[in-house]
Write a protein that binds this ligand. Sequence first.
Ligand code: C2E
Ligand code: CA
Ligand code: CA
Length: 591
Amino acid sequence: MENTTGKAAMLIVDDVEINRVILAQFFKNDYTIFEAGNGREALDFMMENKIDVILLDLVMPIMDGFEFLAHMKRDARFSSIPVIATTAQSEGENEVKAMEMGAADFISKPYSPTVVRMRVRNVMARMENEWRKVEQNAQSQQIVEMQRLIERDALTGIYDRESFCRKASDLLQKDAGTRYAIVYLDISYFKVVNDLFGMETGNLILKTAGAYFQHITEGVGLAGRMEADHFALCLPLDTLNMEALIQGLDGAVQSLAIRHNILFYAGVYPVSNVFLTVDQMCDRAHMAMNTVKGNYNKRYANYDEDMRALILEEQMILREMEYALEEGQFCIFIQPIYSLKDGRDISGEALVRWIHPLSDIIPPGRFVPLFERNGFIVRLDRFVWEEACKLLSSEKKKYGHVIPISVNVSRLNFYDADLLSFIKGLLKKYDLEPWMFKMEVTESAYTDNPQQILNAIHIFQEAGFQILMDDFGSGYSSLSMLRNAPVNVLKIDMRFVQDIETSHRAAVIMKNIVNMARDLNMGVVIEGVETKDQVEFLREIGCDAIQGFYFARPMPLDQYRERLIGEMAKGAPEIPNYGTTPSEADPVKYE
Ligand code: C2E
Ligand code: CA
Ligand code: CA
C-alpha cells in the first residue's frame, strides 16, 4: 500500500477491530491510517511501508506489544518511530514496562478523543524536535568539521594564513591582559631541499615542523602556515624561549635524517601595538627574520624601532616610486671595469640611483629588493637599459666606437615573453649592436627557476648577447650552477676578494675559480676591489678585469663622459668575447 496523500502515516496495532476503528476515527483527518491485528502483521507491514507513528495495543495474540517493541528496538530502520502504547485501565505495570522498552507514551481506555489526540500530538512534536536537534547537531558538526578543514592548511593541519590572522586577532583581544609575541619562521633554501630531495621530502619537513608548532602552541597560543615554508606563531611573550624553540625544531627536523642542513630562521615581534592587524605584526616579525636569514650563528632576531624606521622608508618608497620614475628622479651611474693588462676601461656597469629631492641619493640596495617583490623592477630595469643605450648611442656618434655597458637584469624580466624583442627594439632605436649591451643576471636567479632562465639565456646568447653571472659564489651551489648555465662571464662576488687578505682558503678558491673559468673559456670580472694588495694578488693569479673602488667608483654620467675622453684617446678597446656565442666566431673589429 503506497501512501500518496502527503499526510503522515499512522499504524494502529490492535487485535480488537472496534478499538482500531475508534482510534482511526480520531486521527483520520490528520493521518493516513493503517491497521494491523497483531505485532507480526505490523512488522510485516512496516517492512514494505513507511510509518511515522504507531499506536500499539500491548495485549495481543501471536505477537504481543512487548515482543513487538523488542523487535523494533533491534531494527535500526524502526527504532526511531514513536510508539504510543494503548492499555486498559488496569494495566499500570504494563505501561511502565512499555515505556521502559521504548514506547514514547501511553493512552488508556476508554479513549477520550481530546486526550488521545493531545498525547499523540505531543509525542510527534517531541519527536520532531528531537529530529531537528539531531539534524542541527549533525549540521553544526558538519559545519565545524568543514570550518576545521577550510581553515586548516591541508598539508600540515595547522591554521592557514587567513584563519591564523583571524584567530590571533581574537586571542589578542580576548586575552588583553597577556602580552603576546608573533613569531615568524622560514626555512632557508627550502627550494633547494625540494630540488635536491623531491617534493615529498619537502612536504615531510613542513609536516614535521607543523606538528612541532602545533605541539608547542597547544593550549597556550596558535600556529599557522602562512605560505610555502613560512610559519607564524602567536605565543605569550613571558613563556617564549626562542633558543629552546629553535633547538626543539632542529631536533624534530633532524629526526627525519635528511642529509642536508635544514635551517629555520625566525623573527619575533613582541606585540606592543595592539592596533596593528595581525598581518602587519607578521610583517614586522618577518622583517626581523630577514635580518638574520642566512646567518649561521644567529637564528632569530627581535623586531625593534630601527626596523620601524626601515618600514617607514619602505612605505615612502612604495608610495613614491611611480611618481619618481615619471619625474625623472631615477638615473644611472656608471662604474668602469678596468683591465689590468691593458691599463684601461674595457667596460662599465650601469647602476641605478634615486635622486630624491628631499633626501640624499638613495642607493639601489634600499629599493631594488622592494621592487623585485612588487614587480616595479621590470619597469625600472627597462628605464635603466634605455638610459644605457642613450649613453652608448652618444658615445658611438662622438667617437665612432663604444666601451660596452653591462646592465642588471632582474630575474622577473625573464617571465616576460617579449624581453628579447624589447631589447632588440632598444638596440635598433639607438643603432647599437648586442655586444655593446651586456646583461648581468644574478647567480640566485638561476636557482629560482633554472629552466626558464637557462632557456632565456640561451636565446640571448644566440642573438649575440654576452651574459654575465653576477655575484658568483654568493649562493649555495655556485658550481652546479656553472655546469648548467653556460654564461659568458663570471662576476666574482665581492666577499671573495675582500676575504683573500685574511683567509688563505679564500685566496686558493679565488685562484682556482679563475683557472677554471679560463679552462671553460669564460671571462672573469672581480668585483669589490678596494686595495693595492688585492690588485697585486689578482694580477699574480692572472685576473684581468676588475671592478672596484680602487680604480673607480660608480659615477654620474657627466663624470663618466669626462673619463671617456681620456679612455677613447687610447683608441678602441679590445673587447674580449667569451663562450661559444656567434659573436665569438666573428669577433668584432674596430677601425
Ligand atoms: P651589483 O650588481 O653586484 O653591483 C655592484 C655593487 O657593488 C654596486 O653597488 C657598486 O657600487 C658596489 N661596488 C663596486 N665596487 C665596490 C668596491 O670596491 N667596494 C664596495 N664596497 N662596493 C663596491 P650599488 O650600485 O649600490 O648596487 C647594489 C646592487 O643593486 C647591485 O649589485 C645590483 O644587484 C642592484 N642594482 C643596481 N642597479 C640596478 C638596476 O638597474 N637594476 C637591477 N635590477 N638591480 C640593480
Ligand atoms: Ca651587477
Ligand atoms: Ca655583483
